[in-house]
Design a protein around this ligand. Structure first.
Ligand SMILES: [Zn+2]
Length: 110
């Protein structure tokens, strides 16, 4: 995890209250992501729920749709900065692309 620990990696919300902080798997475990530090980022509860186990492409589209439909409040009642979120999603995706298989469980040689 190389992203700023104090802020949600997607919406930039300041994660002062631990109850609002979740560990987000960059590659969801349901899609072969591992449980290592490098595959996790801090993320607010809202964004974690929002992304669910979507690919970054689908998550990006979802936020674009939200922006168009003006569904822009998170669980804490604050407004999402959708444009900023789209930038951040691209940023995390670039990281995931660069890290590649490092973020996934290794298949054991048989
Ligand atoms: Zn967030």
């Amino acid at each position: 995890m190389r992203l700023d620990d104090k802020y949600c990696c997607y919406c930039g919300y300041l994660l002062g209250n631990l109850k609002e902080t979740t560990k987000e798997h960059i590659i969801p475990q349901s899609k072969g992501g591992n449980n290592k530090y490098i595959n996790k980022v801090h993320c607010c509860k809202s964004c974690n729920g929002l992304r669910d186990n979507l690919s970054f492409e689908s998550f990006y589209s979802k936020v674009e749709t939200m922006m168009n439909e003006a569904k822009v409040r998170n669980d804490m009642g604050e407004y999402y900065n959708c444009e900023g979120m789209l930038e951040n999603i691209k940023y995390v995706k670039e990281y995931a692309d660069k890290m590649g298989d490092e973020l996934k469980y290794k298949t054991r040689p048989s």
